[in-house]
Write a protein that binds this ligand. Structure first.
Ligand code: FES
Ligand code: FES
Length: 150
């Protein structure tokens, strides 16, 4: 039986070990923040953090995450995560919202590793597709989240 930690809670997993993490989160745990877009690792709407690194949860099986720690949008509540979420609201970055959980998690990872990213670094890191084309607002939200506290 696999054991994994999701948003700080440990789970003993009794599901098919080959089940994609995305469907384990959505169907077994009711965590619907990660979205199904393409299912083939291209769009990034299913992005979660695995041991702090962004991964496409449609491409990772439950078996592959045994002993690891997953953070979904529902559990992104540390100081930086809250700052990123607040910046998203302040700048109204979201349009339909479908891609935004993946965008926010990716932004949190970017800002953890690069606290003051340039436009180029943002564009290179924020690879989740947005079918609404809200890329300018997403970039503005990352800059807002990167601003030092006054
Ligand atoms: S649904 Fe996973 S990358 Fe598109
Ligand atoms: S806000 Fe609609 S897909 Fe990105």
């Amino acid at each position: 039986m696999a054991s994994i930690k999701i948003n700080g809670v440990g789970y003993a997993v009794r599901t098919d070990p080959q089940k994609p993490l995305l469907w384990f989160l959505r169907e077994d745990l009711g965590l619907n923040g990660a979205k199904y877009g393409c299912g083939i690792g291209l769009c990034g709407t299913c992005t979660v953090l695995l041991d702090g690194e962004p991964v496409k949860s449609c491409q990772v099986t439950v078996e592959e995450i045994t002993g690891k720690e997953v953070t979904t949008i529902e559990g992104l509540d540390d100081e930086l995560g809250q700052k990123v979420k607040a910046a998203w609201i302040e700048t109204e970055a979201s349009q339909c919202g479908f891609c935004q959980p993946g965008q926010v998690l990716t932004a949190a990872h970017l800002l953890r590793t690069t606290p003051q990213p340039t436009d180029t670094q943002i564009d290179e890191s924020m690879t989740t597709l947005c079918r609404c084309g809200a890329y300018q607002r997403i970039r503005a939200a990352v800059h807002a989240a990167a601003k030092p506290e006054e």
